[in-house]
Design a protein around this ligand. Structure first.
Ligand SMILES: C[S@@+](CC[C@H](N)C(=O)[O-])C[C@H]1O[C@@H](n2cnc3c(N)ncnc32)[C@H](O)[C@@H]1O
Length: 187
């Protein structure tokens, strides 16, 4: 993974505080790099990862072969808007560089809230609108972009209360500015 992508993933994993968690879900695993970091950090819990792309699931499975072999990591092809898990299944949810693809109808955040346990924590990272504007591959036609208030509003649209949400600006190498969101679901 490039340094540009590694740094936000590491930041988000740290904010997730998942080392002692029992059940962790990553939304949009891509190549599976963060899953591998999580699998190394988590002491005894199990980790699930989903992605809509069969190619990404295959790549992530290859990278995490050891962990899937030990059954500490499971992968599924699924969409953010229809997670194949019962309600209140997870203690932690990691969502790095994926909210660009969450529709404005709030379904993806609602699904995340549904599968998150009370007291569970979700961490979201996006590069902010100013940074995306410098990336030709991340135009408004393919990527939803956010400033801080818009990310908070999008999380609220998913049913989280304002007092459950913290969003902090973060400065990363190579002039990247991002938003790190933490949501702790109240009972
Ligand atoms: C920019 S990549 C981020 C991957 C990884 N989290 C990272 O930070 O490197 C976004 C991922 O989300 C997946 N994706 C996009 N829309 C999705 C959807 N509606 N449901 C599930 N996965 C989706 C893509 O296939 C891709 O693997």
């Amino acid at each position: 993974m490039s340094v540009i992508n590694a740094r936000p993933n590491l930041l988000a994993i740290e904010a997730l505080q998942g080392a002692q968690a029992d059940r962790i879900l990553e939304l949009g695993v891509g190549s599976g790099w963060a899953l591998q970091e999580l699998a190394r950090a988590v002491k005894h819990g199990r980790i699930w990862g989903i992605d809509q792309s069969a190619d990404m699931i295959a790549l992530a499975a290859r990278r995490n072969h050891l962990w899937t072999h030990r059954a500490s990591v499971s992968l599924a092809r699924a969409k953010f808007e229809a997670l194949p898990f019962p309600s209140e299944s997870f203690d932690r949810i990691l969502a790095v560089n994926v909210a660009y693809f969450f529709g404005s109808d709030g379904r993806a955040f609602r699904e995340a809230r549904r599968v998150l346990r009370p007291q569970g924590r979700m961490v979201i990272y996006v590069s902010d609108r100013a940074t995306l504007a410098n990336w030709p591959f991340a135009g408004e036609d393919t990527h939803r972009s956010f400033d801080r208030d818009e990310l908070i509003a999008a999380i609220e649209d998913g049913g989280f209360a304002r007092n459950e949400i913290t969003v902090e600006p973060v400065s990363l190498p190579f002039g990247v500015s991002g938003l790190l969101g933490t949501v702790v679901r109240q009972p």
